[in-house]
Design a protein around this ligand. Structure first.
Ligand SMILES: Cc1cc2nc3c(=O)[nH]c(=O)nc-3n(C[C@H](O)[C@H](O)[C@H](O)COP(=O)(O)OP(=O)(O)OC[C@H]3O[C@@H](n4cnc5c(N)ncnc54)[C@H](O)[C@@H]3O)c2cc1C
Length: 412
């Protein structure tokens, strides 16, 4: 039994509350850091190591204004195309279709205009303050260079392509986001290396990015430990109530605490099933291609909006990330999908010619309505959810931590 077993005794004696956070992706790491800072005796457990899951290979965009859910009105029309085109930006593997069907139906149902409005309001509340919170966190953990506020530039070939995203831009603007529309000259003045394919830009000057998502998570966990947080590399197999507190067990160890925070990304579904809790999580597999050591062609997040791809100049090279593939968690990566990303990057930024590429695939933990489960579980005192952040887990890690801290320690 680990050290944390003493914490339920501590609660009985009125000492500080204790918590176990399962999962050290960007969400769990940020939650653990914030809990530790607020005086909660916190243990962070991960099966593989900080940032080993989806948080390893994302684009690092802090997209505070992305209030539009993934399912927007009209999404149903695209579903047939998703099935047919193995190289398109959205893809459903036919073998996954029967298992994913209930999720897909819920996904399409959430695209009704009135629901989109309600979802956007809730996403706005969670995203609010994300950029400032990340930049403050990067400073607090002693790595201010990891957070950079240079804005995001979304690119379109022409006005017709921009018009396809009109609803999501209108939603953003309704929430007061500053957006500057650019012509080709405006695009080139910000990012001279962009190919002439792109003639229309939408620039979000207040947005920011994390220039090394994996090092960021590592550093958050290191800072958490430096402040006295406990860290353990182990796979939790069971979560169970234990006389007013909770026990989490691996094959060889167990931890007791007043609170358990489930922040295990896509694996949260499997972990909660024995408790009779069944979150509607589905993996939207995403890919990246990384041009290691390439000369940086950009200085900010550049979104190739027509290709649904994000590009970022990272500390370690140039990354293009994106695509959605509904394909379950056990099928191997499809190399065609990262190859498409690589081709798009080379077409858009000719300066990448000759650079060597590595590829990656990760499981975005996605809810059909794009709303993560964040906060206390109803009717299970001490159990907390922090998963389902889909395309926006980096963005929403601080907002999630704020809510979990409020629930456990009574302050944000
Ligand atoms: C291609 C791509 C690009 C993206 N770009 C962006 C972006 O620019 N901006 C943005 O905001 N978001 C982006 N995202 C989304 C973002 O990466 C995810 O939402 C986020 O990483 C989810 O974080 P998480 O901590 O919930 O899950 P994860 O990072 O997957 O972490 C879960 C952790 O739980 C651990 N775990 C699982 N089971 C157990 C167990 N039984 N016991 C112990 N530990 C366990 C795993 O080892 C893992 O470390 C992108 C995603 C992809 C795929």
């Amino acid at each position: 039994m680990s050290d944390a077993h003493a914490s339920s005794d501590a609660r009985r004696t009125g000492e500080r509350p204790s918590a176990i956070v399962i999962g050290a992706g960007i969400v769990g790491a940020t939650v653990a850091w914030a809990l530790g800072k607020s005086g909660v005796a916190t243990t962070l457990v991960d099966a593989d190591g900080p940032g080993a899951g989806c948080s390893y290979g994302n684009a690092g965009a802090i997209s505070e204004s992305s209030v539009a859910p993934v399912a927007m009105p009209g999404v149903s029309r695209n579903v047939l195309g998703m099935l047919l085109d193995p190289e398109g930006p959205l893809r459903i593997r036919p073998a996954r279709l029967p298992r994913a069907l209930p999720w897909l139906l819920a996904f399409m149902a959430s695209a009704r205009p009135a629901r989109v409005e309600r979802i956007a309001a809730r996403l706005h509340a969670l995203h609010h303050g994300a950029v400032d919170a990340h930049l403050a966190l990067a400073r607090e953990i002693g790595a201010p260079e990891l957070g950079v506020r240079h804005g995001h530039l979304h690119l379109y070939p022409d006005e017709a392509a921009l018009a396809k995203d009109a609803d999501s831009w209108a939603l953003r603007q309704r929430y007061g986001v500053e957006v500057r529309k650019l012509n080709r000259a405006g695009i080139v003045s910000l990012e001279p290396a962009v190919s002439p394919r792109y003639q229309v830009g939408m620039f979000l000057p207040d947005h920011a990015m994390v220039v090394n998502p994996q090092r960021y998570v590592d550093r958050i966990v290191a800072a958490f430990r430096e402040r006295g947080g406990r860290w353990s590399r182990d796979r939790i197999l069971k979560i169970a109530p234990a006389g007013g507190s909770w026990v989490c067990a691996s094959a060889t160890d167990e931890w007791h605490a007043d609170h358990v925070v489930v922040a295990a990304g896509i694996a949260s579904k499997r972990l909660l099933a024995p408790l009779g809790i069944h979150p509607p999580l589905e993996s939207q597999r995403g890919y990246h291609a990384m041009f290691e050591g390439a000369r940086a062609p950009t200085s900010r997040i550049v979104v190739l909006a027509d290709r649904k791809a994000f590009t970022t100049t990272m500390e370690t090279g140039f990354r293009i990330a994106g695509t959605v593939e509904i394909g379950g968690t056990s099928a191997p990566p499809d190399p065609r999908r990262s190859a498409v990303l690589e081709r798009i990057a080379r077409e858009t930024f000719p300066a990448l010619a000759g650079a060597k590429v590595t590829t990656w695939m990760g499981h975005r933990p996605c809810m059909p309505d794009s709303l993560p489960w964040v906060g206390p579980a109803r009717g299970r005192a001490g159990l907390h959810f922090a998963f389902g952040h889909g395309h926006l887990g980096v963005t929403d890690a601080p907002g999630t931590a704020r809510r979990i801290v409020a629930a456990i320690a009574g302050s944000g």
